[in-house]
Design a binder for this molecule. Structure first.
Ligand code: SAH
Ligand code: SF4
Ligand code: F3S
Length: 465
């Protein structure tokens, strides 16, 4: 009898990757993945703690499952990932019907833990050590990598994959929970990454996105000579079959010339750089402990534009951080106007218990002010996004086709014309008509209409199979 598992994923790409790997490990253990919690006998949430909102969503979803669990006590409900690591026992207290709490460093144990629960052993809690609670080597050990071999592909023959190059973060920006829930920065050996990408290429993968919280500080010195991200990209670019390489997220201070040269000189490396600025005010940046000034960020941006003129740059901003004045905010507006980012993710500051800013600074920007600043910055960015996309009208771009677009999410019948969506190398979303056989291919699309978020176009000719 197959066991049916449903996984809901919140949070960043790191979590999306973890969920894929968890799904694969469960398929290997005899589970079948289902697309709705109703069909599942095991319901897992892979959670995020980066903002309060992400946590609230999980707790309310858990609340809704209370009656389901009462009626079907044999159903297993599990909380995985960053909020599991942050809240630990608190999850059981807030949602007593939860069977399982597993941190990001224990995901490899899931098949065993589920088996033990099914055998009647009762609830299980597996999390890593607190960063302050033990010596660094012990804490590192407790945040075990979960990067098993990619021999099962539960999500179907996709042409894209994410590969972790780095686990955790050591930056401790004052607002951020990630270093606590993901543990100390640990780099994967380059040889291991290379082997994984080779395996993915053999399975038909065309595009690999390398993941790390500060991906451009990647360093592997385990084999003598230090391998930097630029060196790693060069090695991966040599792998046959791989057509595109991306990497996220970049830390502004580590945007070194060797990396920009790699982006410029290696045709497979996408000219797309996500380099979050967070704020345009030095006073705020300092309180955030970001480790750079806005002048440094501008100079970095200037260097990117000089060395890789074709590159698109994207950013993240937090508005309403503790003590942010109207003047500070205006400096962020100035940076967004000048930065010409392809797009920016803009967040309202959300105090996270256990972080420096939550403990030391007052969350003193009122919610309506945060909201207003968020909307204002978003409107400015969106206008820029539209302007930056406009010149693509009439151009032909190479699109890696990802699947049906949002409007035609329903699966079409074989060969039927559908609306598809994909991405350019510089991470622009392109929507166009085509049949499902194009999914997973790189096709030329002529752009016929542009907007702030999307380019629309038509496929020029069908690629040969
Ligand atoms: N490692 C990446 C991003 C990690 S979290 C980096 O350093 O850029 C993704 C984004 O969430 C951050 O860039 C930041 O803009 C936002 N973020 C993190 N903590 C936050 C908080 N407490 N409140 C609001 N936004 C936050
Ligand atoms: Fe968080 Fe800063 Fe680390 Fe990014 S670099 S994960 S924002 S602490
Ligand atoms: Fe969230 Fe964890 Fe990512 S806190 S943003 S899922 S690393």
């Amino acid at each position: 009898m197959p066991k049916y598992v449903f996984i809901e994923t919140l949070g960043c790409q790191m979590n999306v990757l973890d969920s894929e790997l968890v799904a694969a490990s469960l398929v290997r253990a005899g589970y079948e993945l289902v697309d709705s919690p109703r069909k599942a006998d095991t319901i897992l949430f892979n959670t995020c703690s980066v903002r309060q909102h992400a946590e609230d969503k999980v707790y309310s979803a858990l609340g809704r499952l209370k009656h389901v669990k009462e009626r079907n006590p044999e159903k297993i409900i599990g909380v995985l990932g960053c909020m599991a690591q942050k809240d630990r026992e608190l999850v059981f207290r807030r949602a007593p019907h939860v069977d399982l709490v597993v941190g990001p460093g224990q995901l490899g144990q899931l098949p065993r833990l589920l088996e033990q629960i099914a055998a009647g052993e009762g609830p299980k809690l597996e999390v890593s050590l607190d960063r302050k609670g033990a010596s660094r080597p012990l804490v590192e050990q407790s945040f075990a990598h979960f990067d098993p071999a990619r021999d099962v592909r539960p999500l179907g023959g996709r042409a894209q994959a994410m590969v972790r190059v780095m686990f955790g973060c050591d930056k401790f920006c004052t607002y951020c929970i990630v270093p606590r829930v993901r543990g100390p920065e640990q780099n994967r050996p380059a040889a291991e990454i290379e082997a994984e990408v080779r395996q993915l290429a053999d399975q038909g993968c065309l595009e690999v996105t390398l993941l790390g919280q500060t991906v451009n500080s990647y360093r592997d010195a385990s084999q003598g000579r230090t391998v930097r991200l630029s060196d790693l990209l060069e090695r991966l670019a040599a792998i046959e079959g791989i057509r595109r390489l991306r990497f996220v997220t970049n830390y502004p201070r580590h945007m070194t010339d060797d990396l920009l040269q790699a982006v410029r000189d290696l045709p497979k490396v996408c000219p797309y750089l996500h380099v979050p600025a967070q704020s345009g005010s030095n006073r705020v940046l300092q309180r955030m402990k970001r480790g750079y000034t806005v002048e440094f960020y501008r100079e970095m941006l200037h260097r990117v534009r000089e060395m890789v003129p074709a590159a698109t740059v994207t950013s993240d901003f937090i508005v309403g951080f503790c003590g942010e004045t109207e003047e500070d905010f205006q400096q962020t507006v100035d940076l967004v106007r000048e930065g010409r980012f392809k797009n920016s993710f803009i967040f309202k500051y959300s105090p996270r218990p256990g972080t420096f800013s939550a403990e030391r600074y007052a969350d003193d920007v009122p919610e309506p002010v945060k909201r207003r600043r968020n909307n204002e910055l978003l409107a400015i960015q969106n206008a820029i996004s539209a302007e930056e996309n406009a010149p693509l009208l009439g151009q032909t771009v190479e699109v890696l086709v990802e699947g049906p677009s949002k409007v035609s999410r329903k699966p079409s019948r074989q060969g039927e014309i559908n609306q598809l969506t994909g991405r350019t190398a510089c991470d622009r979303i392109v929507v166009f008509d085509g049949d499902d056989s194009l999914i997973g291919r790189i096709v030329p699309v002529e752009i016929t209409q542009t907007s702030a978020f999307t380019l629309f176009g038509s496929v020029l000719d069908r690629p040969k199979p």
